[in-house]
Design a protein around this ligand. Structure first.
Ligand code: DGL
Length: 267
């Protein structure tokens, strides 16, 4: 493994680009390979065995590309498959759940924390486990937000449909008097302005991206793998399905950093 090797990052679609945004800000010298598993989006409705099979295929692909670490930029995989895959690869892997749990614990004052995530993530109760591992006095309220991923994948971040969905999922959490909302699926930070509008500015929104990349930085420093070559980083984007939609929506969300998208079928 070399300092100049890329970081692997994956998600079902454009959601992991919220983590890429943080990577660009916090570790701008790193090259990366992003994999959007658009053939299988949404992940939230998939079974554990389906998710395991997707994760293994993507990790196999990333390993063949010579990655030095993998960021599981997906709440669903971080909750469901990462705990089963940890230690099986010769590169470090980290997800977003532990990072989100640390941030939520830091930000919540009344120890009542809402988690918005996919159905598969909510079923796993991974966020509740990680948050209460840090502080058992926390009370965690989880909500599955089925409508959010299709909206973000279509590039729809505002308007009536978005507001209706936000009201449906957020109102019951606020009734439980939470003071912070964990955006437990990496697609959701793209909806943060609309969620904030509804929830009000006294509610803290917890986007796990910053803390996840901070953890990555510490791992790379520990292993002496920070890319300090000064060379222009190489940033590549792959998808397993609809590359045109990823290109269009990805550029809407991340700008012209996405120059091209390569199609790579993993089946
Ligand atoms: N962005 C992913 C997550 O964090 C996947 C969402 C989905 O495809 O349902 O859970």
């Amino acid at each position: 493994m070399e300092k100049e090797s890329p970081i692997g990052i994956f998600d079902s679609g454009v959601g992991g680009l919220t983590v890429v945004k943080s990577l660009l800000e916090q570790l701008p010298g790193e090259s990366f390979i992003y994999f959007g598993d658009t053939a299988h989006v949404p992940y939230g409705s998939k079974t554990e065995e389906q998710l395991m099979s997707y994760a293994r295929s993507i990790l196999h692909f990333l390993r063949n590309k010579g990655v030095k670490a993998v960021v599981v930029a997906c709440g669903t995989h971080s909750s469901v498959t990462l705990p089963r895959l940890e230690g099986q690869y010769d590169f470090p892997m980290l997800g977003v759940v532990k990072a989100a749990a640390r941030s939520a614990n830091r930000l919540s004052r009344n120890l009542r924390i809402g988690v918005m995530a996919t159905q598969a993530t909510v079923n796993s109760q991974a966020y509740t486990r990680e948050i209460t591992n840090i502080n058992p006095r926390c009370q965690v309220f989880e909500a599955a937000c089925r409508k959010f991923v299709p909206l973000v994948e279509s590039g729809i971040l505002e308007g009536e449909e978005v507001q209706d969905a936000i009201r449906e999922y957020t109102a019951p959490l606020l009734e439980n008097r939470v003071d912070s909302l964990v955006l437990g699926c990496t697609h959701y930070p793209f909806l943060a302005p609309a969620i904030k509008d509804f929830a009000g500015c006294e509610i803290e929104l917890v986007d796990p991206s910053f803390e996840t990349i901070e953890e990555l930085r510490q791992i790379l420093m520990r292993d002496d793998l920070i890319n300090d070559s000064g060379k222009t980083p190489v940033r590549q984007f792959y998808v397993s399905g609809n590359d045109e939609s990823f290109y269009k929506v990805g550029r809407l969300l991340l700008g012209d950093l996405i120059k091209s998208v390569k199609l790579e079928s993993l089946d």
